[in-house]
Each structure stands twice: as structure tokens, then as C-alpha cells.
Design a protein around this ligand. Structure first.
Ligand code: MG
Length: 346
């Protein structure tokens, strides 16, 4: 198998502000894994929070190219070899994993959901994310996004109650909130109890990632379900989180891609945890890859492609909030733009 890659820049329609950072552009990397003229596509959306940048993804690729071998169906072995080449760098590995699945589907002429044995009708609704801003601006964003039945609202500031109140005054949509670890356990308990009258479905990552005791304390002192996102990265995180939270947020980009997230989904089920599949700021390429897994999960937050103005791919669509999977082979993703030049990786 041969590997080529090219960087893509995705510009956010509005600056994307969360409790710890603000983002204007996502610098992602598209990879192409080819085998006898058939090309599988993958995308890395590196996150500084998880120790990656576009440059580190591209630096990882030559070593990965050598480890691909020549059998695209030996998925587990290829991914194990990547792990030996380089530890960490989960988004870089997710891009290769996704491209292998795309390639397998194209070689067999079946969509990825068929390859995985999943019913494409069972996709959940996706939420639409509202980043941090003033109460008036967040209410305006909620009104502009009235086509979506579920909002995921960023919190983790001193103004959370005012912000949620302003959105609630203009919308009856389901509201989930995500603090991205922005509260102390005490602040979390106080704020979540103050937000509860506004009908909050669940709270993501109220406290900093490593504070599992804090997650447990929050869960014991509020009536709104608590989900772990940044605290849940690897398979072994799942059993230890089962005593601390009600659910977990899984993402291809923090956990090495589809094959690894499949294992995490089954582990979470065994631990009676609810599951949401989330994303970074990604084009329709990586969002579609994640969407193929959603028949297995309870909730989806796959809107990274909806937040950018220059998505170069077409794949999964959203109708009244529901994810509609493409029916083409592999990921079923098409390039929506003119051609690009991919750089061979040797
Ligand atoms: Mg989150």
C-alpha cells in the first residue's frame, strides 16, 4: 500500500470558544492509502490538547507508510504496527485507520456500515454546538440553528446560568452542556444545580480530566447525568470511569480511530455507560467516518463539519437533526472541490 497526504485548512464560520481556548481555523491533514489503484481516504484533526499539531501528524506519516504492508484487510495488524512505530499521535493513527476502512469498503464495494454489520437507519440525532459568547450572541446562535433539535452548549465560565437562560428564552430544543473541565468540583455542583431548572439533558466533563474523584463527587451531588470526555481516551479508562460518571464521549481523533473506538463502545456497554460519539473540527470526511459507527451509540455530537465555511468533502448529511449515511462504498465520501496535489510519503 502507498501513502500520500496533503494539509487542509478549515475556517470556522464563527470563532469557536470553549472554556480553555478559542479556535478560528483547523489545520487538518488528509491521507490517501492506495492499493492496486483503489484509494482510501482518511483525515487527521490534530488537537494540541492531546499533544498533536498538523506538523506532528505529517512527521509521523513516513514511519507509518513503511509499516502499512500490502494487505488492507489486516486492519488489526496494521494498527498494531503503527503503535510500534510511534506511541500517542492518535489523530495521525485515526487518519490511517479511516483510510484503511474506506479502502476495504471500496475493494468489496460495500459501505462501511455494511462492513461493520450495522443498520444505517439506526443513526441518532446529532447535536449542534454553540460556543461561548455573550448571552445575547449565544441566543442569536441558537435562533440561527433552529433546524437542529439538540444543542450542545459550551459552559465553564462565570456566566453559565445567564447564557443558558438566554438560550432557553428563545428555544425549547434539548440542551446538553460541556464545561471542558472548566469548573472546580464545588463550582460544578453549584452551577449544575442552578442550571437544572432549564432542563439540561446531561453535562460533559465538568471538572479537569485527571480528577476522577471530582467527577464522582459531582455526580453524587447533582440530578443531571454526568459524562466524561477529556477523561476518557483509552480503552482502560472505561472501567475506571464506570464508578464516576453516567456516560462517556468517544472520538476517533483522541483514540486512534474506528477500530479502537469500536472496542471502547463495547467496553462502555459492558460497564453500563451511556455513549456519545463526538468530534473535533473536522471536514465531512472524518465526520462521515464517525457517523458510520453511530448506529451503536446513544447520542451523537457530529457537527464539526457544520461549523466550517469551506468543507472540501461531501458525505453524511443531517435531516431534522438525524444523521443520514451515504450509501456509496467505503466511507461514501466525495471531494466537493477541484483537485489538490497530494505529496507522496516515502
Ligand atoms: Mg466535550
Amino acid at each position: 500500500m502507498r501513502l500520500t497526504a496533503h494539509p487542509i485548512e478549515l475556517h470556522l464560520t464563527d470563532p469557536f470558544r470553549i472554556s480553555r481556548s478559542v479556535q478560528h481555523v483547523a489545520s487538518n491533514v488528509v491521507v490517501e492509502v492506495s492499493h492496486h489503484g483503489v484509494i482510501g481516504l482518511g483525515e487527521a484533526a490534530p488537537s494540541k490538547y492531546y499533544g498533536e499539531r498538523s506538523e506532528t501528524v505529517r512527521a509521523a506519516l513516513p514511519g507509518f507508510a513503511e509499516a502499512l504492508g500490502d494487505d488492507p484487510f489486516q486492519h488489526e495488524e496494521v494498527m498494531a504496527r503503527l503503535e510500534q512505530v510511534l506511541r500517542l499521535q492518535p489523530a495521525a493513527k485515526a487518519a490511517i485507520d479511516m483510510a484503511l476502512y474506506d479502502l476495504q469498503g471500496k475493494l468489496l464495494n460495500v459501505p462501511l456500515y455494511t462492513l461493520l454489520g450495522l443498520n444505517p437507519q439506526r443513526t441518532p440525532l446529532t447535536s449542534f454546538t454553540i460556543g461561548l459568547a455573550s448571552p445575547a450572541e449565544m441566543a442569536r446562535k441558537a435562533q440561527a440553528a433552529s433546524a437542529y433539535p439538540i444543542f450542545k452548549v459550551k459552559v465553564g465560565t462565570q456566566n453559565d446560568v445567564e447564557n443558558i437562560k438566554a438560550i432557553r428564552e428563545v428555544s425549547q430544543a434539548t440542551i446538553r452542556v460541556d464545561a471542558n473541565g472548566g469548573w472546580t468540583p464545588k463550582e460544578a455542583i453549584r452551577t449544575i444545580n442552578a442550571l437544572a431548572p432549564y432542563n439540561i439533558e446531561f453535562v460533559e466533563q465538568p471538572v479537569i480530566a485527571h480528577d476522577l474523584a471530582g467527577l464522582k463527587l459531582v455526580r453524587e451531588n447533582v440530578d443531571v447525568p454526568i459524562f466524561a470526555d477529556e477523561s476518557c481516551v483509552a480503552l482502560e479508562d472505561i472501567p475506571r470511569l464506570s464508578e464516576c460518571v453516567d456516560g462517556v464521549v468517544l472520538k476517533l481523533m483522541k483514540s486512534n480511530g474506528i477500530a479502537a473506538v469500536l472496542k471502547m463502545i463495547h467496553a462502555a456497554r459492558a460497564c453500563h455507560l451511556k455513549i456519545m460519539l463526538g468530534c473535533m473540527i473536522e471536514s465531512s470526511l472524518a465526520i462521515t467516518a464517525a457517523a458510520h459507527l453511530t448506529p451503536l451509540v446513544d447520542y451523537a455530537d457530529l457537527d464539526g463539519n457544520l461549523l466550517v465555511s469551506d468543507d472540501p468533502y461531501r458525505g453524511v448529511t443531517v435531516a431534522d437533526g438525524k444523521l443520514i449515511l451515504p450509501t456509496g462504498p467505503g466511507l461514501g465520501v466525495q471531494n466537493a472541490r477541484t483537485t489538490h496535489t497530494s505529496i507522496p510519503i516515502d
